[in-house]
Design a protein around this ligand. Sequence first.
Ligand code: BTN
Length: 231
Amino acid sequence: MKIYHYETISSTNAEAKRMILNGARDGVFLAKQQTAGRGRLGRSFFSENGIFMSMIVPPDKISFDPGFLTSAAAVAVCRAITEKGFSVGIKWVNDLLLDGKKICGILTEAVSLGAETLAYVVGIGVNVGETAFPADIRDIAAALPLDEKEKNDLVFRILLHLESAFTESKDSLLIYLKERSTVLGKKIRYYGAQEGEGVALGLDANGGLVVMTEENEEITLTGGEISVRTK
Ligand code: BTN
């Protein structure tokens, strides 16, 4: 697989999507910094110091349905970071936390032409070596303290784990997701298409978050955002 390296780029996801439209069906886009990093739900992703990478994933490369890609990528990155000696958890559905603070976000996007999905882009941002987060995220973001050599080793491990996770069974990925979840059993607030409060009970077969609402109704969240309640 070809790996494209950049010191600084606007967004590796944007570049991967551009390349897909130009015919690319594989490749990894890797940057040390992004000037217009994109997050979920139309947000920006602060990208000054870290690992900012996007992988092109053609539909026939994955053994599960594409809605599960973000969860599979979360497993892969969590395994890679764990191998570096950090105890990280997975906050449904796309964040990795170290001591309760976000160190990684994942954004999966599809590139389609008419009804045909050409390929998916799995974008991963890991904060590494960042010491000066902007005021609005200072209390909720953290970075892995790795030097350049260790950072490159982490990139290598993430790529290896991504490759194997894409063909791993959903069942074994789900076991890992449950083991590493920072939200199961906790009181949460949920936002998006559905909004409210409840207790996160489990994950369904597609990685959806099963919640018992305050109204005693069991629902399954497939998108949107959650936060763990502290009171
Ligand atoms: C989120 O936390 O909402 C998802 C953040 C995803 C950030 C990564 S960094 C590499 C890739 N390029 C982007 O512009 N975004 C993703």
